[in-house]
Design a protein around this ligand. Structure first.
Ligand SMILES: *[C@@H]1O[C@H](CO)[C@@H](O)[C@H](O)[C@H]1NC(C)=O
Ligand SMILES: *[C@@H]1O[C@H](CO)[C@@H](O)[C@H](O)[C@H]1NC(C)=O
Ligand SMILES: *[C@@H]1O[C@H](CO)[C@@H](O)[C@H](O)[C@H]1NC(C)=O
Ligand SMILES: *[C@@H]1O[C@H](CO)[C@@H](O)[C@H](O)[C@H]1NC(C)=O
Ligand SMILES: *[C@@H]1O[C@H](CO)[C@@H](O)[C@H](O)[C@H]1NC(C)=O
Length: 527
């Protein structure tokens, strides 16, 4: 529609860029400190009409594995600029101008989105052309160049919708174990797989953003699909078929984008993930060992950052829905050094707060291996997990240790060695009074169904206080969070439907951190 209109009546348009609302920090910090804070994301509060959004799909070990025929490489984007008719057009009695006050110009074509392994594109590395995993990483960078918005201190590209299936074919030996290649084995009841081909990439369909509504002032678009390759997703959800959709909607010039998510698991695909991420705009993002593109033009660093967003949970799914109010991903080596792409020594670090009240605590006095070795209270006091009177067991769902940790405290429970290209460490927390000091939920049910809220989480403070493993005597790693996201992981749930919306997302940091960071940012990420 957008291009046809332009051809029909070019004199009507003067391509005035619609200025997006300047976002202020009123309410979050006191008046006097307003100037001292800034946003770490390219689109603070999701207020920018000219949206930048992309989608990516990962298999169990965060690769592609095999492309789905007809879908191309599982990376796609929806990025457009929006133009308003000049008042001149209206004076000239241009009826089409009155009927369609705005016009969208998309930057990413269908041909771009359908690019698949073997299709060359500008700037692509030759070795990536015939390797599905490398190709997807390159395609993400290519889409990033089309979507990029110049900004200070760094340009940015898009919000990232992330899809992942936990299916794993152990006989296909596609996933390394803690970063080391291993041969076929099985069966392994930890991983679902219905048989050959169970690690397929999903169908990804795209409704490009268009202007809708009686006045053509409602922006609306979506990505949707299924992992079941025989699904007819145009009919919405079908019995026994997986489904996902992310629909974004906004009134031109008003408020925030609202991202509406639906995720449905099926018997064949019982372990699925759907997140909305603010990823690093360069370097690696959490759990991804290739250069990435994203929305975080500044990488937030513990302890000084906050995350604000509005979350409404509409359908809660089952007790297997690990809904993450906040999920963050980083990477550092066990000696505290920054990750460099060596998958045997890089360690992905994740922390998540699960707000589904049906999810309980695996950490308890009789299962210390599921608890971190100690808990740190906001005043700095440390309590060991064997201190049964003081340790807040119910604040933790589970802790698991990195498989390559050489000096782990005993007892311990090693993290899944397959579900990441490299070893990982995960700390999953639950609503509990100990997190209240950081603005997190203190009681089960807060922020859940029927309780939509705008959260202002002191993610920086909390993430600084959490336990993460390092070799004894090594300098503590800088905790820099390349991925901050919200969403659902349904873990072996049978048929479960989860539905939620996210809006007003922002990451807020002290301005002083920006100034000192500009040059070290790229150096740190690539070194
Ligand atoms: C504007 O268009 C209307 C309807 O087509 C017509 O009646 C009117 O005379 C036009 N005015 C000018 C200034 O051209
Ligand atoms: C459309 O525009 C008219 C006139 O400006 C206004 O009265 C009406 O509320 C608008 N409708 C919507 C759905 O925005
Ligand atoms: C995509 O667009 C079609 C046609 O307008 C519509 O029927 C369908 O509901 C849309 N799907 C999503 C998930 O937005
Ligand atoms: C869904 O699966 C169940 C259990 O296998 C079966 O009884 C039912 O007929 C299936 N429904 C459809 C619509 O295929
Ligand atoms: C509790 O754990 C700490 C740290 O591992 C250890 O030093 C201490 O001896 C333990 N206390 C008891 C009573 O087991």
């Amino acid at each position: 529609m957008k291009n046809i209109m332009r051809k029909k009546n070019p004199s009507c348009y003067s391509f005035l860029l619609v200025l997006h609302l300047v976002f202020t920090f009123g309410g979050l910090f006191s008046e006097s400190s307003e100037d001292e804070y800034t946003s770490a994301v390219g689109d603070p509060g999701m207020q920018r009409d000219a949206l930048r959004v992309a989608i990516e799909a990962w298999n169990q070990c965060n690769e592609v594995g095999d492309e789905t025929p007809g879908m191309g490489s599982p990376r796609a984007a929806d990025c457009f600029d929006i133009y308003q008719h000049s008042s001149q057009g209206v004076k000239k009695n241009c009826s089409i101008c009155e009927q369609f006050p705005y016009m969208l110009v998309h930057r990413v074509t269908e041909a771009d989105n359908k690019l698949g392994v073997g299709d060359p594109f500008d700037e692509g590395q030759p070795e990536a052309l015939n390797n599905v995993d490398l190709y997807a990483a390159e395609k993400e960078i290519y889409l990033g160049t089309k979507c990029e918005v110049d900004d200070e201190p760094n340009p940015w590209q898009f919000w990232m919708i992330m899809l992942k299936s936990g299916n794993m074919d152990t006989y296909a030996a596609k996933c390394p174990k803690d970063g080391h290649k291993v041969g076929p084995y099985g069966p392994d009841p930890r991983f679902p797989c219905f048989g050959k081909g169970c690690m397929n990439q999903p169908l990804i369909f795209h409704n490009y953003t268009t202007l809708q509504g009686p006045n053509r002032t409602t922006l609306w678009g979506s990505f949707y699909g299924s992992w079941d390759l025989d699904a007819n997703v145009n009919q919405g959800m079908e019995a026994n078929k997986s489904y996902y959709s992310v629909t974004w909607k906004k009134e031109v010039g008003e408020g925030s984008w609202v991202f509406h998510h639906v995720l449905k698991t099926s018997l064949k695909y019982p372990w699925l993930m759907l997140y909305l991420r603010s990823d690093a705009t360069m370097g690696f993002s959490g759990g991804y060992h290739y250069p990435t593109r994203g929305m975080s033009k500044i990488i937030p660093e513990s302890p000084n950052f906050k995350v604000r967003f509005t979350l409404e949970v509409i359908k809660q799914g089952s007790s297997s829905n690990q809904f993450y109010l906040m999920d963050m991903g980083s990477c550092w080596k066990n000696n505290g050094k920054v990750c460099d792409g060596d998958v045997t020594t890089d360690v992905t670090r994740y922390s998540e707060m699960i707000i589904n009240p049906a999810v309980g605590s695996w950490c308890n006095p009789d299962s210390l291996e599921y608890c971190p070795p100690y808990h740190t209270f906001p005043d700095g006091t440390r309590v060991y997990r064997n201190d049964t009177t003081k340790f807040p067991y119910k604040a933790y769902h589970l802790y698991c240790s990195p498989g390559n940790g050489q000096y782990l405290e005993k007892p311990n429970n090693l993290c899944d060695p397959f579900s990441n290209p490299q070893p990982q460490e995960i700390l999953q927390i639950l609503p509990h009074p100990v997190w209240g000091a950081y603005g997190y939920p203190t009681k089960k049910g807060q922020g859940w169904i029927g309780d939509p809220r705008t959260w202002e989480l002191d993610v920086g403070g909390l993430s600084q206080s959490l336990y993460f493993y390092q070799d004894p005597g090594t300098r503590p790693a800088k905790r820099r969070w390349m991925s901050i996201d919200i969403g659902s992981e349904v873990y072996k749930g049978g048929e479960t439907v989860v539905e939620w919306t996210v809006s007003n997302f922002d990451i807020i940091i002290p301005k002083i951190q920006v100034k000192g960071r500009k040059t070290s940012l790229s150096a740190n990420l690539f070194s």
